[in-house]
Design a protein around this ligand. Sequence first.
Ligand SMILES: Nc1ncnc2c1ncn2[C@@H]1O[C@H](COP(=O)(O)OP(=O)(O)O)[C@@H](O)[C@H]1O
Ligand SMILES: [Mg+2]
Length: 241
Amino acid sequence: MAYRQRLPLLIKGPTGCGKTRFIAHMAARLERPLHTVSCHDDLTAADLTGRYLLKGGDTVWVDGPLTRAVRNGGICYLDEIVEARKDVTVVLHPLTDDRRFLPLERTGEALAAPDEFMLVVSYNPGYQNILKALKPSTRQRFISISFDFPPPDAEMAIVAIESGLPERDCVPLINLAQRLRALKDVDLDEVVSTRLLIYCAVLMKSGLDPYQAAQAALVEPLCDDPDVKQGLLDLIRATYG
Ligand SMILES: Nc1ncnc2c1ncn2[C@@H]1O[C@H](COP(=O)(O)OP(=O)(O)O)[C@@H](O)[C@H]1O
Ligand SMILES: [Mg+2]
């Protein structure tokens, strides 16, 4: 509905819960090309809009992913938008209100976005700190949906399909995930993601001992503290013996 009504969309949620997969699915269903950009603290407005490059002896303008999406009527997905530098949000502003245009300072163009263009951004509220919060003036330009990890039954189906591990073998893994997630804020900053559960199931499917698989996919990626690790391993031992 956001796409049809030409509204920009913000997706919030923890890492590895399915935000990127959801947008890929949405783009496929809408049959629009998807231009994904992973934002980082060196990403500038020019990385998104484009720049002049030297080709042979000439300078030629090369569109960035945002400009390509505007020109072709695609979906531009800016992953982890808070990581981007401040000048990035400035080029987004005219695109995210009823004007829907992209100013290209360097070429002097102002591209009107076609109806098929959509801007989607994501961010992880868990990482939020004062230096890296989304400014209200930016947030208020997007309709927003909160994502979280899927309910256990759905997550089990996802892990089974993505890894190829039979559902009955995913049951203990999903139960373990629920218990590990209950430790959030007690011992862990981040909880185990659907992505890590899939990695774990892939290792199990390939024949690795479940205890070792869980250690490599669920414990080591999440923490460094030896005592906390031991606590998690005890929990895993209780599940996989
Ligand atoms: N609903 C889902 N359906 C299928 N796979 C999913 C789903 N949610 C997560 N996954 C799997 O988990 C991985 C991480 O999802 P992703 O969309 O990359 O997370 P995020 O963008 O929120 O960090 C994907 O590679 C995919 O295998
Ligand atoms: Mg992602």
